[in-house]
Design a protein around this ligand. Sequence first.
Ligand SMILES: Nc1nc2c(ncn2[C@@H]2O[C@H](COP(=O)(O)OP(=O)(O)OP(=O)(O)O)[C@@H](O)[C@H]2O)c(=O)[nH]1
Ligand SMILES: [Mg+2]
Length: 290
Amino acid sequence: MKAGFVNIFGKPNAGKSTLLNALLGEKLAIVSPKVQTTRHRIKGFLTEPGQYQVIFSDTPGIIDPKYKLHEKMMQAVKGALEDADVALLIADLNDDLNENDQLFTSLKLNVPSILVLNKADRVNQKRFEEAKNFFAGRSYGKKISVISALKQDGVNELKEMILSMLPEGEPFYNEDDLTDLPTKFFVSEIIREKIYFLLGDEIPYHSAVLVNEFKEKESLIKIQADIIVQRESQKAIMLGDKGSMIKQIGTTAREDIEKFLGSKIFLQLFVKVRPKWRDNDIQLKEYGYH
Ligand SMILES: Nc1nc2c(ncn2[C@@H]2O[C@H](COP(=O)(O)OP(=O)(O)OP(=O)(O)O)[C@@H](O)[C@H]2O)c(=O)[nH]1
Ligand SMILES: [Mg+2]
């Protein structure tokens, strides 16, 4: 039996969450075209009874912290750096190679790693060769995997590579479990994903979602959540003309939450203004950023 922690690191938007989902074959982590979508370490388990249990971790994209929220995000990365058995260092092939190199070098890894070159569907052969030559000889890149997490190309080969590097050990979690995070967390994340898709500028970065009520009734689950923003002007945009925006967030989130839970839900959303919540320890804790 093999078991171990395989943790994914990289710059914002590299495709970490897309890769986690592709490896698990389940949509666990939210994904968006914007940077800094993921704010937590998200563990997903891939178990083959009697053979292996891989505990994958998606992590926030690595940034220089500007707010306490960012500091909490970087603490989540640090925790994942400390317990990794194998590190997956993921770079977007279209992104600046030097910046990625500097980041991966700065991690000072002392565990085996795989350099994952992602978004191969969006580069030509020339760029691909350039990237491969650039990373050749780097200590963190002795093993290289070229994938498209989005199209799931190369993901099975990467999984085989990971399994060959996994230490011997007994499972850490129940073989039926997919994650150790509560359902409420995923509900709030799905709502947050819709905010990232539907709203521009700084609003997604100024928003948090707090699920206050999760009640299983006879034929449906009743969920009440608050969307937190920093300013009255943001609240007005979040609500939209005659409530059109909050309605759209609610409708699209409801569809995905129903799929995730396999149950009908009733979703009620309120928008609340909490100035500077991103630098307020008590509010950060309340919204799940420990
Ligand atoms: N074309 C292409 N797009 C991809 C691929 N993988 C991810 N993306 C896109 O890249 C964007 C970012 O993906 P995420 O998985 O959210 O990236 P992330 O690294 O988790 O980002 P943060 O959580 O913000 O750090 C999304 O629009 C994805 O659809 C890929 O292989 N090819
Ligand atoms: Mg992410």
